[in-house]
Design a protein around this ligand. Structure first.
Ligand SMILES: Cc1cc2nc3c(=O)[nH]c(=O)nc-3n(C[C@H](O)[C@H](O)[C@H](O)COP(=O)(O)OP(=O)(O)OC[C@H]3O[C@@H](n4cnc5c(N)ncnc54)[C@H](O)[C@@H]3O)c2cc1C
Length: 497
């Protein structure tokens, strides 16, 4: 907490008006900007969110920057935030347009002397932020940035950002060697009502973003079926940690592929700031006190530390995060083959484990971490396609898209980022290991449903006539022949047992 008064308690003096510009911090719990404006400045806070059409524009590759699944998740989160603010006596004002224009204009209209917001670290977001700061300055409105998206506060890093370790393990060890995770801040108990004359703006719907009704409908097989918003995020923590008691086995289950509970599924809420990593950490600690403290509880925090690492990396490397050569400035040669890319996107590469994962992503907006590593490695390392195409497609599709985690992980897997080893996944072997029975493949690639486990991961290794005679599958007709690549090279033909 940044002051010794409770948030939302007024002193009775004339208070100033401040605009709180919500971005990827759609929550009231552990919100430093909100607490600070309410307590330190004793401000009447007007919460706003600005719907920016640029987030939904088509990219050069032809798909939307934000696809329907994430758009729906955002809408749910905005509804939830508005309701929570109303319960405190306030409301959420929805503006439409460019935040760097609309937010300062709005601040002037309501006579605000300050605009507070959470700082972002990636180029597009920082450009908006910097233009907003300039516009505020012209109007003599103070613009104050806050930090709130990581487990470790940027101000507590035990090194200068330019000295950020190149390798995650070194970063983790440095962070773990000092007890510096700040306690989360309480949510305010009440807020001042908004002026009567203020139009809070209509809630947004999918059609406003140009999506058809039903475009965000998630397939019933989805591993992630959550809705956006702080309430759902907090409920998921309770469910995964305490009700189902699944956290105790997280380390063993986290490489799973099917179902809601092999991993926490907190990423979509973390990405939109519906819950803070510090709140998750505090709940892990409570779980350790009340239930068990083991490798699994440690590992969830370990993964949150990865998330931090990519954020700090993005901050220190700037636009290199989005550059072909990556943070390592490599000069690898990449292909730009539209047909191969489109077969990858559509789950038609002919490698069943890859296709199952890509189809899951297209039908649900989610894919497991194991799946993401494999499909990324397949595109970038087996097919040598420009890894940024894959990252850009993920950006459109993922319900949990986060620029730092997405582009950072893509670089890592593609060998242009912070992996000291430059590896290619054996994607067939990975399928055999993590989907031993082929259940996951059968779930998403039903045309291979009749194949036994020794044929389902690499059907091309078996004689065509045998596949057709015994299982009625004709490669090239019922399911594609595999794209040429390391997976198909040197494969001798096998006979089914
Ligand atoms: C190519 C690729 C792209 C990715 N893109 C994204 C992305 O856009 N957004 C995103 O949140 N994650 C991304 N990840 C990381 C990871 O796959 C997801 O965070 C994870 O699958 C989300 O599921 P979960 O919440 O159940 O994870 P859990 O296993 O329960 O982990 C808990 C939390 O730790 C964090 N985390 C776990 N693994 C990673 C990781 N490798 N990197 C960074 N943070 C991690 C996430 O916040 C996650 O919610 C990507 C990974 C790869 C390989």
């Amino acid at each position: 907490m940044t002051g010794d008064k409770k948030p939302g308690t007024h002193t009775g003096q004339e208070s100033m008006t401040a605009v709180l510009w919500f971005r990827n911090d759609l929550r009231l719990d552990d919100h430093e900007a909100l607490c600070d404006l309410l307590v330190r400045h004793d401000a009447e806070v007007i919460p706003v969110y600005c719907i920016d059409a640029r987030m939904f524009e088509p990219t050069e590759l032809g798909f939307r920057k934000t696809g329907a699944y994430r758009a729906q998740f955002l809408i749910d989160a905005l509804k939830d935030l508005r309701q929570s603010l109303q319960e405190l006596g306030s409301d959420l004002v929805l503006l439409r347009g460019r935040p760097e224009v609309e937010v300062p204009r709005f601040a002037q209209r309501v006579g605000a002397s300050e605009v507070g917001f959470f700082e972002e670290v990636t180029s597009e977001e920082m450009a908006v932020e910097s233009a907003l700061r300039q516009a505020c300055q012209r109007q003599q409105i103070r613009a104050t940035g806050y930090w709130g998206s990581t487990l470790y506060h940027v101000g507590d890093l035990p090194f200068y950002l330019e000295d950020l370790p190149d390798v995650f393990t070194q970063f983790r060890k440095k962070m773990e060697s000092q007890p510096s995770i700040r306690a989360p801040m309480d949510r305010p108990s009440h807020m001042a009502p908004l002026p009567d004359w203020l139009d809070v703006g209509e809630m947004v719907g999918l059609e406003e973003f140009g999506f058809d009704e039903g475009a965000s409908r998630v397939d019933a097989r989805a591993a992630f079926q959550g809705v956006g918003g702080e309430q759902a995020a907090l409920a998921r923590v309770q469910e995964y940690f305490f009700e189902l008691d699944t956290l105790r086995n997280y380390k063993q289950t986290r490489n799973g592929l099917i179902g809601a509970n092999y991993s926490s599924k907190l990423s979509p809420w973390l990405a939109l700031g519906n819950i803070s990593p510090r709140r998750v950490f505090t709940e892990v600690k409570r779980y350790e006190r009340e239930r068990v403290s083991n490798r699994s509880t440690y590992w969830l925090v370990f993964e949150l530390t990865w998330r931090d690492y990519f954020r700090f990396l993005a901050m220190s490397e700037g636009t290199k995060l989005f550059k072909l050569g990556g943070v390592k400035c490599t000069d690898y040669v990449w292909r730009r083959d539209q047909e191969v890319f489109s077969r990858w996107v559509n789950g038609m590469t002919g490698i069943p484990f890859i296709d199952a994962n890509m189809r899951e992503l297209a039908c649900t907006g989610f894919m497991s971490n194991r799946g993401r590593q494999n499909v990324a490695s397949y595109l970038a390392k087996s097919q040598c396609i420009d890894w940024r195409w894959g990252a850009s497609y993920f950006e459109s599709m993922l319900v949990d898209y986060d620029p730092c985690s997405n582009w950072g992980n893509w670089q890592y897997v593609s060998g242009v980022g912070n992996d000291p080893r430059d590896r290619r996944f054996n994607v067939v072997g990975q399928g055999e290991r993590y989907d031993e029975e082929g259940k996951y493949i059968k779930m998403w690639v039903p045309e291979l449903g009749g194949l036994p486990r020794d044929a389902i991961h690499a059907p091309w290794r078996y004689g065509e006539s045998e596949l057709q005679r015994r299982f009625g599958v004709v490669l090239g007709e019922d399911y594609p022949q595999p794209l040429e690549g390391p997976e198909t090279k040197g494969a001798q033909q096998l006979r089914l047992a």
